[in-house]
Write a protein that binds this ligand. Structure first.
Ligand SMILES: Cc1cc2nc3c(=O)[nH]c(=O)nc-3n(C[C@H](O)[C@H](O)[C@H](O)COP(=O)(O)OP(=O)(O)OC[C@H]3O[C@@H](n4cnc5c(N)ncnc54)[C@H](O)[C@@H]3O)c2cc1C
Length: 361
């Protein structure tokens, strides 16, 4: 039984590395266990990040965001100032929205390097096989820890092991890298080519990240087939095979803590239901989680404070996004209804929706 660490974090995505960095900065002995051989690889992500001013507009109650999103310019692949939302008939609605694409593998490595610099230990090729209160096991070793953090993505083994709720609704999405020249505009395609979600084109320095998500209750086929149809329709050529993963789509789970464990990021359903984006929230909640864990170990502060804190700072916009998505699902059923509702909404209200605000008034 290994007792070298106070905190064991499962997963070295944005949620795990951010939690690790801040727990270590607060003086905790932190271990991160990651099943991948190389952090961030392969990439299963659209690689889009909103600029800080957009994150602040979406999450106005989130505290002190500047240091969290002080991202080196070398991690910006392409600046994107416009989102073009395309209806089933390919009518385009142009919504000004400031963001950029990154290289997600390099982005995750950067966050992991900050955690290591703060004092955390990261072990790759370490798949966690079982979790119970106070104990985490890989095939080779069992760790005893005062706190266990589940930052292990949408299908969380830690949530199951700690008896916490798991994401009740998810949809599959696949992505790949397209070759060619692209305007600096993000495309979001809605309708039959991506039922219940959307297909995207996200320009990068070289080529573009392209992908499709489909909600199982609206689609009759496999996400990979929708992806191939989208490539044909949009005349895209990709290099490499498509990589897929699940996107939580029902907002945060109902409880994210026990007396000695936490869930963060996708494991906690920290995803914007209107667009599937989760990197910024994983980073915001990771910092809250890391600080709470350090405070718990040093001063006995209960871990419930983590949940109080993230709910106060980001829950309202996430809940609004879930409500918007529920409303939208009434229109996903048929292309004519979807076309009508998109024209009715127009650019301004679509901008509100993208920023997790109510579409009305
Ligand atoms: C196709 C697709 C496109 C997306 N595009 C965007 C986008 O453009 N912008 C955006 O903001 N969000 C996007 N998202 C969502 C975003 O990727 C997630 O919200 C984000 O990665 C959440 O970070 P995380 O750290 O919680 O989880 P993850 O990034 O999933 O990290 C979890 C880590 O845990 C590890 N792990 C899992 N189980 C174990 C185990 N048993 N033992 C050890 N390690 C384990 C995994 O290997 C992984 O490294 C997209 C998602 C998908 C599927």
């Amino acid at each position: 039984m290994n007792t070298d660490f106070d905190v064991v974090i499962v997963g070295s995505g944005p949620a795990g590395s951010s939690t690790a960095e801040h727990a270590a900065l607060g003086g905790a002995r932190v271990l991160v266990l990651e099943r991948k051989k190389v952090i961030g690889e392969p990439v299963a992500c659209g690689e889009y990040m909103p600029h800080l001013d957009e994150i602040k507009a979406s999450f106005p109650r989130a505290e002190d965001l500047d240091p969290v999103f002080d991202i080196p310019s070398s991690l910006i692949s392409r600046e994107i100032d416009l989102i073009r939302i395309l209806s089933p008939s390919a009518h385009g609605f142009d919504v000004p929205f400031r963001g950029y694409t990154t290289d997600r593998d390099r982005f995750d490595k950067y966050l992991a390097s900050k955690a290591v610099k703060a004092g955390a230990v990261i072990r790759t090729s370490s798949q966690v096989t079982s979790v119970k209160e106070g104990e985490v096991s890989t095939r080779d070793e069992t760790y005893r820890a005062k706190v266990i953090v589940g930052a292990d993505g949408p299908i969380s083994k830690v949530a199951m092991g700690l008896g916490l709720p798991r994401n009740p609704e998810m949809y599959p999405a696949v992505t790949s890298q397209a070759v060619g020249d692209f305007e600096p505009i993000m495309e979001m395609h809605f309708g039959g080519l991506a039922p219940g979600a959307y297909a995207w084109v996200l320009p990068k320095k070289n080529g573009a990240n392209v992908g499709v998500g489909v909600a199982p209750n609206f689609s009759g086929g496999r996400v990979g087939d929708y992806f191939q149809d989208f490539l044909r329709m949009r005349k895209l050529e990709v290099k490499g095979r498509p990589i897929g993963k699940y996107v939580p789509s029902n907002g945060p789970v109902s409880r994210t803590f026990t007396s000695s464990g936490l869930l963060v990021g996708d494991a906690a359903g920290h995803v914007m239901a209107v667009n599937g984006g989760g990197i910024p929230i994983a980073m915001i909640c990771g910092r809250i989680a890391g600080r709470t864990v350090a405070d718990h170990l040093k001063n006995g502060v209960p871990l419930s404070q983590y949940e109080e804190s993230w709910r106060r700072q980001i829950y309202k916009p996430l809940r609004t996004a879930v409500h918007t998505k529920m409303l939208a699902s009434l229109f996903f059923g048929g292309p004519r209804r979807l076309e009508f509702s998109m024209r009715f909404l127009g650019e301004r209200r679509m901008g509100n929706i993208l920023r997790c605000r109510p579409s009305f008034p």
